[in-house]
Design a protein around this ligand. Sequence first.
Ligand code: URA
Length: 221
Amino acid sequence: MTRQSKNSAQTPASQALAQAQTPASQMPAQVQTQLDALAREIDASAVCPDLKAQATQLVMGDGNPAADIVLIGEAPGKNEDLQGKPFVGAAGKFLNEMLAAAGMDRSDVYITNIVKYRPPNNRDPHPDEKAAFLPYLLRQLDIIQPKVIVTLGRHSMEHFLPGATIGEVHGQPHTVTVDGRSFLLIPLFHPAAALYNGGLRQVLIDDFIAVPGHIGKTRAK
Ligand code: URA
């Protein structure tokens, strides 16, 4: 059985994605079942109880649980907290536009955050909060087994590329190994940063559009 994209449009990007599909031991519904179990485990554990107490709900992820590309943001904001899905506010609208510009949509990717409860007043997640959620993010990746990880902003980048500066490495593919498995990691600016900084907007769009091409090059190696 192969991992199937729900997007049948024959753009170059979707062709590259379709070609990148590999035999998977599990179908999306089975992967989702495992992700649901992990979400219940997080909610039942004492992971950031202060955040949990103030949040409406855990925001686990959205999109295709069997996708080859996982996008990782920072933490849910107000809209995400209310709807229980990542990137559904203004930054999410911009993210959807960039996905479309790259020939994809949300069903071609899986979207999550490093911290899965909303920090109060949308403050940056604290280092101890990122550390508390990191093992669960790694287990989430182990369940999904993507080929490509796109980090959105420095908070999700820092574990995979310690010491890197987003302004220097944005858009550049890196091969990283986590728990014995290799991924192509592409660090991008956070969409919210680009919303408030006009100069970054085109940089992020250009980096985003290049993502499917990096996947194609990986396959050719
Ligand atoms: N910003 C993020 O990093 N994640 C979201 O889910 C929404 C906004």
